[in-house]
Design a binder for this molecule. Structure first.
Ligand SMILES: [Zn+2]
Length: 160
């Protein structure tokens, strides 16, 4: 039950209230939510045949299957409430618990420090581009969600 409530809260108001579109969007939404973290770990995890690495501190974690690394979380650099960026691959970073939530300078404890570190790693241009997408007009139609699903799926398939 709690999961359903959280899910609906996240959907905000861009899902239609009625009709069969709603079901299709919900299915796509769930699929995108599962694909995005895998794609993030594949793109930024620097897999070396055995390990993926925390993008911020560089600690290694064993990859159990392509894009599945139990020690790493896919973190949204710009928060999940930024709907334009929700499934944007350049908005994700695979980081471990220390860098994600545990340390004083982790992503969830000190956002300013964390963004600074990310800009050091990926460059100012990356962040400026992210903000540009954030401020743009994304409309998550079924067609756009399907496109995004293709994009994430192909990233994952390259590793299968
Ligand atoms: Zn780390």
């Amino acid at each position: 039950m709690a999961k359903i409530v959280a899910f609906r809260a996240n959907l905000k108001d861009w899902l239609p209230k009625k009709g069969k579109n709603k079901d299709e969007k919900q299915i796509l939404y769930d699929q995108l939510e599962k694909l995005w973290p895998k794609a993030i770990k594949i793109i930024y995890g620097k897999y070396d045949g055995e390990y993926c690495y925390c993008e911020v501190c560089g600690k290694p974690y064993i990859e159990s299957e392509p894009g599945v690394v139990p020690g790493l979380n896919a973190h949204h650099v710009e928060g999940k409430q930024s709907y334009n960026l929700r499934w944007e691959v350049t908005n994700g970073t695979p980081i471990d618990a220390g860098c994600h939530t545990m340390r004083k300078d982790s992503a969830h404890q000190d956002r300013t420090i964390f963004i600074g570190k990310m800009i050091e790693i990926r460059g100012r241009e990356w962040y400026d581009n992210l903000l540009k997408i954030k401020g743009g007009k994304e409309k998550w139609t079924i067609a756009r969600m399907k496109e995004k699903k293709e994009e994430l799926g192909s990233i994952i398939n390259q590793r299968l």
